[in-house]
Design a binder for this molecule. Sequence first.
Ligand code: G6P
Length: 436
Amino acid sequence: MMTKSLKLAIIGGGSSYTPELVEGVLKRLDILPVTEMHFVDIEAGKEKLEIIEGLTRRMVEKAGANIEIKASLDRRAAIANADFVMTQFRVGGLQARANDERIPIKYDVIGQETTGPGGFAKALRTIPVILDICKDIEELAPNAWMLNFTNPAGLVTEAIQKYTQVKSIGLCNVPVSMQMMIAEMMACPPEKLSLECIGLNHLVWAHRAWVDGQDVTAEVLKKVGDGQNFSMNNIFEEPWDPDFLNALGAIPCPYHRYFYQVDAMLAEEKESARDGGTRAEQVMKTEAELFELYRDEELAEKPKQLEMRGGAYYSDASLNLVDAIYNDRKTIHVINVANNGTISSLPDEAVIECSAVVGSWGVRPLAVGKLSPAITGLIHQVKAYEQLAIEAAVEGSYNKAFMALSSNPLVPDITRAKAILDDILRTNHDYLPNFA
Ligand code: G6P
């Protein structure tokens, strides 16, 4: 029997995304009896955390909700007895992200925060920290569910599941964004649309789409090929080749552009790095503006400007999951979870992103079995890279790090892999004690 009160611990609570999460909680008070939200951050994020705390208090008061709001640097106090621990932090902040985006570009390689060498660097910084957080959860809230948003979300979730006992689910807003965008193109309410999603985080395909039981996959592919909106704020809207989509036969996610349209995306990145700044550099400006707004004592709601960030529907993704677990809904969600036979050719422990049924007992992925050869090669290569990156991060192994980058499909040769790795290790020295 679940308790009649819910405590949420939010690690990385000083994020500018937090008001979105708060809004999601306030929208669901009739189904989720949240009684405490404890935001936690580190010393460097203290000022932002205080601003978030103030705005949250005003939002909660305006909603007339009875929720105790805590904000502190005390991670253990936040985690103790939490029912859900949500992780949404960024080791090294936006400056580290900007480095992740700029270093690969120097070597003519995609520089992106979650895929390619940028995502690899972020994984190296993040995994030791998240495993440490998990130790606290194991000790202080062993029954809690951990919902991990921290990127690269699939890879990080695999590390959690491999090295800890914590009950964890990885989450991303891409599948729910795809659901919303496809529903819009098909002019149907999102709940009428069913997608069969399978792949890895930021490498997920909707293999089939149905509206009212009718297979509309080909129609959706045609509309995407014709240029209907199918991107996210943080990704260049490089048009898709209709012939390619037709041949592929599955709906790629917006991030697939980095893998299928490498040249065009790299050219866009270079131009942007030269003129307007990389995405992280643009986000720094947006964030400064957002926090100026959040400070305003009159503001008691999530401001519209937050929509400039890439995380649309992020609170729906996470709070719908909380609802499914807490209220034993047995509904379908697209989440990051251990494969366990869902894709027959991948190891059981590999974390994949897929449609799964979620209830109070946890998650059960919907099996797909064999994948088409059009997809299986890319998934396997990226998964091998992810496995190597996880082991490199945990062991501080240069060799595994080198092989991880050399196996990444976005890194075209070992000379560049080595140069990029050395650059990453130098630049991130302070955040990579395992490599000391
Ligand atoms: C998308 C991704 C998230 C990512 C975000 C970045 O929503 O799914 O994983 O964190 O974009 O958005 P930003 O505004 O920070 O570029």
